[in-house]
Design a protein around this ligand. Structure first.
Ligand code: FDA
Length: 395
């Protein structure tokens, strides 16, 4: 039987950060993952360049049953701290938009950085290995590992960093939620988030014509709105605006899309009428919107005739419709493509400073498995770093 101070389940973003901190404090740390390589989601993130943080991160960029829960960890290990680590390793990066930082070269730089820090902190990593069982023991936890490095282990601290359910093909499992349940912690409802939305056959017929088209919009669901790009696909709607709104969308709710969200469309249409009244409404709209989209809207909304013949009232109605196009999703593409899992281990059962379970000393939950879900734009990795750091430094 082997002894460790800390066993961490999951060599993802949160688990590796936690290991670095716990190891640096002198404890004997083991990280276990059933995947063939550590940090697989880091590797594929941000189109292979990893949007590793967002300089504007605050608790308001997250969904959680307790919107205050993430504040402590985010405040103590900030984007600035992670950027300092990236710079220490000489990894070139750039700001894309809205504070989103990406590697210049490859996301693998981030994985190499974390592995290097883990090696310096003398952390052990066992891959192709999973948890077969965990139980309380006199001085902590009795852990049974199965797979390539099957073993019986005793540890004082057990950290669950096994992520959410998104992309099962890459090794995502619900094991973290099961462990929470085993130790009496509540788990909130989980659902795919940051995910494309799907539509019924009627709407899809139109979307298919527009597939591949990207356009800047404001997408609104209930009280929340995101101004980003929308992408028409063969299966429905995607693009950052839709991924963002998907975290808030619930079945039977409409999503409202404003095309040309920052423009006075009525004024633009009146000016167009003045200039060339003989043009059709569809062609006129084609100057403001992508032509395929203008034609689609004109056809489905019945905007026929010339712009010159349209009254102010009609132009105002067209302008309003362009900025308030309602769509009714029927579902999402699910965990197969979702970037994250919404919901997770209920924060009410965790200490927000340490991520330790309130009722089970030595048991910690960090990263995506916790009911803290970030917007698109580097926030989810920042939560992984911050929560991993919080647990690692508390151990
Ligand atoms: P993560 O999922 O990274 O790690 C969990 C680890 O646990 C995995 O290595 C897994 O193999 C292991 N595991 C699971 N079950 C196990 C079991 N039963 N036994 C053993 N091991 C097990 N975020 C962001 O901020 N910027 C971005 O650019 C992107 N881009 C992006 C792209 C795509 C395609 C996806 C799917 C996701 C993103 N994300 C993102 C989200 C981000 O990847 C995610 O929030 C973090 O990886 C979460 O980190 P964790 O360490 O919590 O889980």
């Amino acid at each position: 039987m082997e002894r460790f101070d800390t066993v961490i389940l999951g060599a993802g973003a949160a688990g590796m950060m936690c290991a670095i901190q716990a190891g640096a404090r002198g404890g004997r740390v083991l990280v276990v993952d059933h995947a063939r390589a550590p940090g697989e989601k880091i590797r594929i993130s941000g189109g292979g360049r990893c949007n590793f943080t967002n300089t504007g991160t605050s608790a308001r960029n997250f969904l959680s049953g307790n919107p205050h829960f993430a504040k402590s960890a985010l405040g103590r290990y900030t984007p600035r701290d992670f950027i300092a680590l990236v710079e220490k390793h000489g990894i070139p990066y750039h700001e894309k938009t809205l504070g989103q930082l990406f590697c210049d070269d490859t996301a693998k730089d981030i994985i190499a950085m974390l592995l290097d820090e883990m090696a310096r902190a003398a952390c052990e990593l066992r891959l192709r290995t999973t948890l077969a069982g965990v139980a309380r023991s006199d001085d902590g936890f009795a852990i049974t590992l199965a797979g390539a490095e099957a073993a019986e282990i005793r540890c004082r601290h057990f950290v669950v960093a096994s992520g959410g359910k998104s992309i099962p093909k890459m090794g995502a499992t619900g094991l973290g939620y099961q462990i929470a349940g085993q130790f009496g912690l509540a788990v909130t409802e989980t659902r795919p988030a940051l995910v494309p939305l799907t539509f019924g056959e009627d709407a899809l017929a139109g979307f298919r014509e527009l597939a591949g088209l990207a356009v800047g919009v404001r997408a609104t669901c209930g009280k929340i709105a995101f101004e980003e790009a929308l992408l028409f696909t063969h299966r429905g709607l995607s693009g950052p605006a839709i991924l963002q709104i998907s975290s808030y969308w619930r079945e039977k709710q409409p999503v409202r899309i404003a095309f040309l969200p920052r423009q006075d469309v009525f004024a633009a249409l009146r000016a167009a009428r003045q200039e060339s009244g003989r043009r059709s409404i569809a062609n006129t709209l084609g100057d403001l919107l992508p032509k395929r989209l203008a034609a689609y809207l004109a056809e489905t909304q019945g905007w026929s005739g010339s712009i010159g013949a349209a009254s102010d009232k009609r132009l105002a109605a067209i302008a309003a419709a362009i900025q308030d196009w309602e769509v009714m999703p029927i579902g999402s593409e699910g965990y197969r493509t979702a970037e994250v899992t919404l919901g997770g281990v209920d924060t009410a059962g965790l200490n927000s400073k340490t991520m330790e379970a309130r009722a089970v000393a030595g048991l910690y939950f960090i990263g995506e498995v916790v009911d803290v879900t970030g917007w698109l734009g580097g926030y989810n990795f920042q939560w992984a770093w911050s929560s991993g750091w919080a647990a690692g430094t508390a151990i």
